[in-house]
Design a protein around this ligand. Structure first.
Ligand code: SF4
Length: 472
């Protein structure tokens, strides 16, 4: 039993069980986790001013930071425990090695310090104390925003240690039992390496949280009212269901109708058209004018959009030639040359409508326009040219899918990305590797991925036009 299982257990009981007993061939590689590891190492190196080594020998030598340490011991009820601290940092004190001791350190990517990080520090300190023969009063949670290293000191008091030991006993009991249920909070699954395994089980069992817009709270409410799976939801009566969805206030009947239709479509595999012309009209009125299709790749932690990809099509149904795609790299944050290129593209000859998927692209361009002091009239004209296909699809169709991300929607429509298992997080992982190695191979992968994202957006636009014709 180690601190890694404990961390998983805090996130999702099933994850801890799967990490311990599951068939690892079902696990998928998580770019998010890899990004965290790269950032973590960089920041540990910075915190320890480069004096960072691995293993027990490094402790004996008294290096500033030690990674890759494993410590084993027996805890309450004689249960064997092991820790793999992310980092231990040398501080003043007295230990079996001399006039210094170590305290545990964890790295966090986001802004919030989580229970997972606090418990990890507390658990590591419990095993580290006998190992180094010295008390530990504090640990550090470190983070980095805009290149500033932040160090948060955590008091590893008795209350926290008691809580973590109780959790450890609880984990031990869970691991003896059979596989726990899929978590109610399916948002947690997005970054989990077991998501494929759990998604297929959820689908087979008709889990309510597989329906777009149903989170753990709504699922619980539905269950309380006798609806426990998608089949039952699809058969529900709109008015009766609406009354139970009181938390949506005046939208409760609209929501009820959406959930019922989404369930029907999910079960049958057949899309359902919502007759709302408003969303489609902008796309249709411009369908013969040609389009710019636009997609950004970015590093959200650094607020850095490193690639702006534009695909120009004169006609939605023409064959897309390679030279119609133009990737504008913004290798250094706020590169004026890249920004000028973007606006040249946007304002070249004709003012084409700009197709994109999700709000990020529009927000990013309007922010840039303000930074470049475009006058308000020009900004308004620019704003009116953006057509968000995510809004269009959600406003006009119910599709037999779990969510309406670009990947899920375009995949369902038959689009295939040329590179396997790609995602925005993977593109970000390539970007981080490019920043470290300056190897152009990573830029090429990002560009290829971004071009496919533009083509996937085009696929959605074509589908919308084609299927609207079929409806008329
Ligand atoms: S995919 Fe979701 S339910 Fe499955 S282990 Fe991960 S977090 Fe838990």
């Amino acid at each position: 039993m180690n601190n890694l299982y404990l961390k998983s257990f805090i996130r999702c009981k099933r994850k801890a069980w799967l990490d311990y007993k599951g068939d690892k061939s079902y696990k998928i590689w998580s770019p998010h986790q890899s990004i965290e590891i790269v950032h973590r190492y960089k920041n540990f190196y910075k915190l320890c001013e480069g004096d960072l080594y691995a293993g027990t020998k490094a402790c004996q030598k008294g290096t500033n930071g030690v990674i890759g340490l494993k410590v084993k011991s027996k805890l309450i009820n004689n249960i064997r425990a092991e820790i793999h601290p992310q980092l231990i940092k040398r501080v003043s004190g007295q230990s079996k090695w001399g006039n210094y001791k170590y305290i545990p350190v964890v790295y966090k990517l986001g802004h919030r310090t989580t229970k997972e990080q606090l418990f990890d520090l507390a658990f590591c300190s419990i095993l580290l104390e006998p190992f180094q023969e010295s008390k530990i009063e504090n640990g550090f949670v470190i983070s980095n925003y805009s290149n500033d290293l932040n160090v948060e000191k955590i008091d590893l008091n008795q209350k926290l240690r008691k809580k973590v030991l109780n959790l450890f006993l609880n984990l031990n009991e869970y691991l003896k039992g059979s596989i726990p249920e899929i978590t109610d909070d399916r948002k947690k699954c997005t970054l989990c390496s077991w998501q494929k395994f759990c998604n297929s089980e959820a689908k087979n069992n008709g889990y309510l949280t597989d329906i777009d817009g149903i989170g753990s709270k709504t699922a619980f409410l539905l269950q309380k009212n006798g609806i426990s799976n998608i089949k039952e939801l699809a058969a529900a009566k709109k008015n009766e269901l609406g009354e139970t969805l009181f938390q949506f206030k005046e939208q409760k009947f609209e929501k009820a109708s959406k959930f019922i239709n989404q369930s029907k479509s999910y079960l049958s595999g057949i899309p359902i058209r919502i007759y709302d012309k408003e969303y489609l009209s902008n796309l249709f009125s411009n369908k013969d004018s040609g389009f710019l299709i636009f997609d950004i790749e970015s590093n959200p932690d650094e607020k850095h959009d490193f690639l702006y990809g534009f695909l120009k099509v004169n006609n939605l149904f023409e064959k897309v030639e390679d030279n119609l795609y133009d990737p504008i790299l913004n290798l250094k944050k706020n590169d004026r040359k890249a920004h000028q290129q973007i606006f040249q593209k946007l304002f070249s000859k004709e003012y084409l409508p700009v197709l994109h998927y999700g709000e990020t692209e529009k927000i990013a361009i309007l922010d840039l326009a303000r930074q470049l002091d475009l006058d308000s009239k020009e900004i308004e004209i620019l704003k009116s040219r953006f057509i968000d296909l995510h809004l269009v699809i959600r406003g006009s169709w119910i599709l037999p899918i779990r969510n309406y991300s670009l990947k899920t929607v375009a995949n369902w429509m038959g689009f295939k990305w040329k590179q396997k298992n790609v995602s925005g997080s993977k593109a970000l992982y390539w970007w981080i590797q490019y920043e470290t190695t300056l190897n152009d191979i990573f830029l090429k992968k990002i560009i290829k991925y971004n071009r496919d994202d533009c083509l996937a957006t085009l696929k959605i636009a074509k589908w919308l036009i084609k299927n609207n014709k079929n409806m008329n």
